[in-house]
Design a binder for this molecule. Structure first.
Ligand SMILES: NC(=O)C1=CN([C@@H]2O[C@H](COP(=O)(O)OP(=O)(O)OC[C@H]3O[C@@H](n4cnc5c(N)ncnc54)[C@H](O)[C@@H]3O)[C@@H](O)[C@H]2O)C=CC1
Ligand SMILES: CC(=O)C(=O)O
Ligand SMILES: [Mg+2]
Length: 465
């Protein structure tokens, strides 16, 4: 399994006459806790209070450690807090005013009565909204909570931490103000109606974690009916970053995309968009696998996208489960669920295999299990090398489209973004553990932005000269 990034902070009250800190540390280590920090909170003659931060595998392990400490004589656990929960207290973002209101004159300018003149000006010329409101730099991050990370359908309130996280990334990496909005409906028509009604406020719409196949119709309709860019990040953001990673990975394995057998597992939002980009980039042999095995032409599918998929992929009409179609595959791309690719499957792949196990939060196979048998291993996670995650794309692509006021994000702009990401790694730097730039590489956003603006102008969708 993938290693855990879960940390707990235990507040311990210790009677120094009865126990030493060394004994407590041994107890934690014997219970598989990895102690990463110690803070002294209160020091007395007899008693001392310390906060210790430990990395644990999961909640059960945490409970086991707490119970073992409490079983020792002279120490008790007073409080347990989880570092991840602590950073979420009160939510992760806020709205700040650009100017302060210190007197009546300023009040009458930013609000009534003077603001009315600004409203009237925009009413006469709605394009002025780009100059006189937040629109120019505002993106709505909208989810209905139906496909959140790999968690599946969860309540819209529960999707908010993820959307707030996306909003933070928009701000930090591209200085875009993003507004997380989780909708209490899963009805396609209602979602379309709500987003259309909200659109005057925003310069772009980032759809997030909306389940397939509904996500396709929602995005297609909004693209047709709105004049601002609409981008389903799980489809296109992911596909762009995957393609960037594949371009670089193939330079290492010295294979051509045309000759590779590529198995895509999880034919949902991300899987379908990835497949389309791979085909546009020249791939000829893509085989899609979902819960019931390979998508093939001998079956009929209710899902229209799977119908399209069966007719445009799988040239030899392979059938059967992942464990059989994985044979001789050069590339595996997983956007499905945790743990479904087995070591025995990886062993059946062609030489110099490339495995992108991108399910979040836990990949289809852990790097520890797969790495001995593959040339290149990537996941969607921040705690391993080669993080293939749409965070590398959405800040830069939206920075580009907002800056040139593009009406849409087309195939040319997406391909340009993929090439821009790949190009941030020079041939002299490229290696198995560095096929994709890190999230904190400050060349990524400017490179994507420039490439996207250029492609928007070349394809005539940039409205700002
Ligand atoms: N690393 C990254 O940047 C990204 C990762 N993802 C991850 O990819 C996964 C899928 O995301 P979406 O495409 O948005 O969801 P989705 O719900 O649209 O599609 C998931 C697909 O995987 C299939 N699936 C589920 N369990 C499976 C199994 N055991 N075997 C084969 N197929 C299975 C489902 O039937 C569905 O067709 C999630 O884990 C998500 O976190 C998604 C977007 C970006
Ligand atoms: C990264 C992302 O968008 C997802 O896992 O859904
Ligand atoms: Mg997502």
């Amino acid at each position: 399994m993938a290693r855990s990034n879960m940390h707990a902070i235990l507040r311990l009250e210790i009677n120094k006459q009865l126990i030493t800190f060394g004994e407590i540390a041994t107890c934690i280590s014997n219970s598989s806790g990895d102690m990463v920090a110690i803070d002294v909170i209160k020091e007395g003659q007899e008693m001392t209070v310390r906060d210790i931060t430990i990395r644990v595998g999961n909640e059960m392990e945490q409970e086991k450690i707490v119970n073992s400490i409490n079983a020792l004589n002279g120490v008790s656990v007073k409080h347990v807090s989880d570092r991840t929960f602590l950073v979420h207290l009160g939510g992760k973002i806020e709205i700040k005013s650009k100017i302060s209101i210190d007197n009546r004159e300023q009040l009458s300018q930013v609000y009534t009565p003077e603001v009315a003149r600004v409203s009237q000006a925009i009413d006469k010329n709605p394009l002025l909204a780009y100059n006189l409101t937040i629109k120019n730099n505002a993106v709505a991050v909208i989810s209905d909570g139906t496909a959140v990370l790999g968690l599946g359908k969860i309540k819209p309130e529960a999707a908010m931490p993820v959307m707030e996280g996306k909003a933070m990334l928009f701000k930090q990496f591209a200085n875009i103000n993003a507004y997380p909005l989780c909708l209490n409906t899963t009805d396609t028509e209602e979602i379309i109606m709500i987003i259309k009604a909200l659109s005057p406020t925003f310069g772009g719409i980032n759809l997030e974690d909306i389940a397939s196949p509904q996500c396709f119709e929602i995005e297609d309709r909004l693209k047709k009916e709105l004049d601002i860019p609409v981008f389903h990040d799980d489809q296109h953001g992911t596909a762009i970053v995957v393609l960037a990673g594949i371009f670089n990975a193939l330079k290492i394995t010295k294979k051509n995309i045309e000759d590779c057998k590529i198995v895509v597992c999880g034919i949902g939002a991300a899987g379908i968009a990835i497949t389309k980009m791979l085909l546009n980039a020249g791939a000829k042999n893509v085989v899609g696998v979902d819960r019931n095995g390979a998508i093939n032409r001998d079956e009929t599918y209710e899902n229209k996208m799977w119908d399209w998929y069966s007719n445009n992929t799988n040239p030899t009409n392979e059938q059967g489960p992942l464990s059989s179609v994985i044979e001789n595959a050069d590339i595996f791309i997983g956007v499905s669920a945790a743990g479904i690719l087995k070591v025995e499957d990886v062993k059946k792949m062609a030489d110099q295999a490339i495995v992108f196990a991108l399910a979040n939060p836990n990949p289809e196979i852990s790097p520890e299990d797969a790495s001995p048998y593959v040339k290149i291993m990537a996941t969607g996670r921040s705690d391993y090398p080669n993080q293939v995650n749409n965070v590398l794309c959405f800040p830069g692509i939206f920075r580009g489209v907002l800056d040139c006021r593009a009406s849409t994000i087309n195939e040319e702009m997406k391909l340009a973004a993929a090439k821009a990401i790949a190009s941030t790694i020079g041939d002299d730097e490229l290696n198995e553990d560095y096929i994709i730039p890190g999230v904190f590489n400050d060349q990524v956003v400017p490179k994507i932005k420039e490439a996207v603006i250029k492609a928007a102008h070349e394809t005539g969708v940039a409205k700002k000269i």
